[in-house]
Design a protein. Structure first.
Length: 243
């Protein structure tokens, strides 16, 4: 018997990296998993631009009631890398690059939550998992736009969790995953070498999937789950009585 037996789960950005590892884990736990991605890798995956609110509405209308949704799709700022000159952290990001990262990392979460939460609240059950980042809990140098979007996502999860609790929707939970550097296509090989040289761990995507399972079992609204090396733990900072 798996933890997700009989449940219907949607994962965005599920064709690779963290999303793919999580989708595989959810299937292993007994769920029927729907993978949505801007670039589907197989015929059974769904094409979705998470930054398009109309696309979200169209997708949800085709799916059965969802027990869990993992809003995982994310990008780093187009055109930036860890080796870029830190002395020009804002002026070298074009308007298009800024809008692209905000569209995927923030709008994609907001629109996704807006599309799926009403059904969960109506049924009185459901879990929304959001892939944020350790960059959403502190000031990571380098990619400032990325860090800003992840702070916004953590804030959205914390505020939404408090709102659900105050509204008496205790059967619906929202949690954020906050991993450090994960071995995914977003972290290029040269960046991984740079990270390792600094003594920081590069995390396997399966560890983030394990954190998602722990978040679903704990069911703490507004919680943030830190994944760093072999460590998985809930962030100790609390807001408005939420741990």
């Amino acid at each position: 018997m798996g933890q997700l037996d009989g449940q219907h789960v949607l994962v965005t950005g599920g064709s690779s990296g963290i999303g793919k590892a999580c989708a595989q884990r959810y299937r292993a736990e007994g769920a029927t998993v729907y993978v949505a991605d801007i670039r589907p890798q197989s015929s059974d995956e769904i094409q979705l631009d998470v930054s398009d609110s109309a696309a979200w509405a169209a997708l949800i209308s085709t799916l059965p009631p969802l027990d869990m949704v993992h809003l995982n799709a994310g990008i780093t700022t187009p055109g930036r890398s860890m080796s870029d000159d830190p002395a020009a952290p804002l002026s070298d990001v074009t308007d298009d690059a800024y809008r692209a990262i905000v569209g995927v990392n923030l709008d994609g979460v907001y629109f996704g939550a807006r599309a799926v939460l009403p059904g969960m609240v109506e049924r009185g059950s459901g879990h929304l998992i959001v892939t944020a980042s350790m960059a959403g809990l502190g000031g990571m140098p380098g990619d400032i736009a990325y860090t800003a979007t992840k702070h916004a996502v953590v804030g959205l999860v914390k505020s939404l969790g408090a709102t659900l609790e105050q509204g008496g929707n205790s059967g619906v939970c929202v949690s954020a995953l906050c991993p450090g550097f994960v071995d995914t296509p977003l972290v290029a090989r040269e960046a991984q070498e740079f990270i390792a040289a600094m003594g920081m761990p590069v995390i396997e995507p399966s560890r983030v999937a394990e954190a998602a399972m722990q978040a679903m079992e704990a069911k703490v609204n507004g919680s943030q789950w830190i994944v760093w090396g072999d460590i998985i733990r809930q962030n100790e900072q609390s807001d408005f009585g939420l741990s």
